[in-house]
Design a protein around this ligand. Structure first.
Ligand SMILES: Cc1ncc(COP(=O)(O)O)c(C=O)c1O
Length: 381
């Protein structure tokens, strides 16, 4: 039998103490097998304690649903434009289109790989000049866990009075100037998909400013049911609440969340050490002390002269059982968004052509990181 190593990009990791199973078992024992229940309530409380800042949290069925409800709550409608970071996963943007609105893509700056604040302002001014209206919202992303340049971005957004939806799906536990990502925008987006920092198998959470807003979120997330004894609907709603079984996993994961974050950061340190003698490889790191990434996925870029070989490196690693992934293909390059307005500076395209995501998370050991780095280095020889 083949005894090949398999090192995956980022796998779910359950607590050794079995907290997740315990809470799922409780859901079954109490027959709370529904999209509400004690696990959902307790998970939300745990998330609120974790995030602080007086935020309230609504647990929903996915991060994508969270982005979508943010658009609904901001009254994004057909004919509106919403600015979205181009360098991200499609789920940051698709809900703009669900609402019949038009995404406007803004490129990244090279330090954090997130939205370029100067280009954001150029885009806002130009959209105003072209359409006579301001964009309805801004979807700002914390890519691979790295906080964006919040001070600069929020200053621009405030100057024009445009609300920011902070897509922190990848940034659970990341901080900017000591404050947790997901708590800066009008709404924050968390994802608990199977590959994220903590998981509920699939799920997400909408971080909102207060209890009144949380009630509105829950209203839309549970089919917009009016308070009548029969089913009365005056608005269009959604079935977006989190299952009490899934929330049991999330509740258990909160016991190990800090361990997970620590391990992702430990691997970042390892990759830096392992590539310190390899000039052709740069590990993407916090640009200054203000930034404290969770390093959800550790990422590297190759020297420009090697750009054309990145996919060869990825395939060589795959042959040895190591899963890596190209950096996100910028959304402005996606065929489905070919007609969307865009404000570009070349940064995301350069990164897409020259980078790789490396195995990360608690299922990847320090020895695994060494194995991955050795393979990459030998593939460059
Ligand atoms: C940046 C970003 N936004 C949104 C999402 C959507 O989250 P979900 O998969 O929970 O729908 C993800 C992850 O999948 C993501 O990486």
């Amino acid at each position: 039998m083949e005894n090949k190593k398999h090192i995956c990009l980022c796998l779910a990791h359950m607590s050794e103490a079995g907290w997740e199973r315990k809470f799922i078992q409780e859901a079954f024992d109490m027959n709370w097998v529904a999209p509400l229940g004690p696990n959902v309530d307790a998970f939300e409380v745990a998330l609120e304690r974790f995030l602080g800042e007086g935020k309230r949290v609504a647990a929903l069925s996915s991060g994508t649903a969270v982005v979508h409800l943010s658009m609904v709550l901001l009254d994004v409608q057909p004919g509106d434009e919403v600015i979205c970071q181009s360098f991200t996963f499609a789920a940051s943007c698709n809900p703009i289109v669900y609402q019949g609105a038009t995404p406007v893509f803004v490129d990244s700056e090279p330090d954090t790989w997130n939205m370029d604040p100067d280009l954001l302002e150029v885009a806002i001014k130009d959209r105003l000049a072209c359409t006579g209206r301001l964009p309805k919202a801004i979807v700002l992303v914390c890519l691979y866990g790295m906080p964006p340049k919040y001070d600069e971005i929020l200053a621009v957004a405030d100057r024009y009075g445009i609300p920011v939806v902070e897509d922190a799906a990848e940034a659970f536990g990341s901080r900017y100037k000591g404050r947790l990502c997901g708590t800066f925008g009008r709404f924050g987006v968390l994802s608990f998909n199977g590959n994220k920092m903590i998981t509920t198998s699939g799920g997400g959470a909408l971080v909102c400013p207060d209890e009144t807003m949380k009630r509105r979120v829950l209203f839309y997330a549970t089919q917009a049911r009016e308070p009548f004894p029969y089913y009365q609907h005056e608005q269009i709603g959604y079935n977006y609440r989190m299952s009490n079984v899934c929330a049991g996993i999330g509740r258990g994961q909160m016991y190990v969340a800090e361990d997970h974050i620590r391990h992702h950061r430990l691997l970042a340190e390892q990759y830096v050490r392992l590539f310190s003698d390899e000039e052709a490889v740069t590990v993407h790191l916090n640009p200054s002390d203000s930034f404290d990434s969770n390093y959800w996925l550790n990422t590297i870029t190759f020297d420009a002269s090697l750009t054309c070989d990145v996919d060869r490196v990825r395939l060589l690693l795959a042959e040895s059982g190591v899963e890596t992934r190209p950096l996100w293909k910028p959304l402005h390059l996606q065929p489905v968004f070919k007609d969307a307005p865009r404000y570009l500076n070349g940064v995301s395209e350069r990164l897409f052509a020259s980078g790789l995501c490396l195995p990360s998370g608690p299922c990847v050991s320090v020895e695994d990181a060494g194995f991955v780095a050795d393979l990459i280095k030998s593939s460059l020889r």
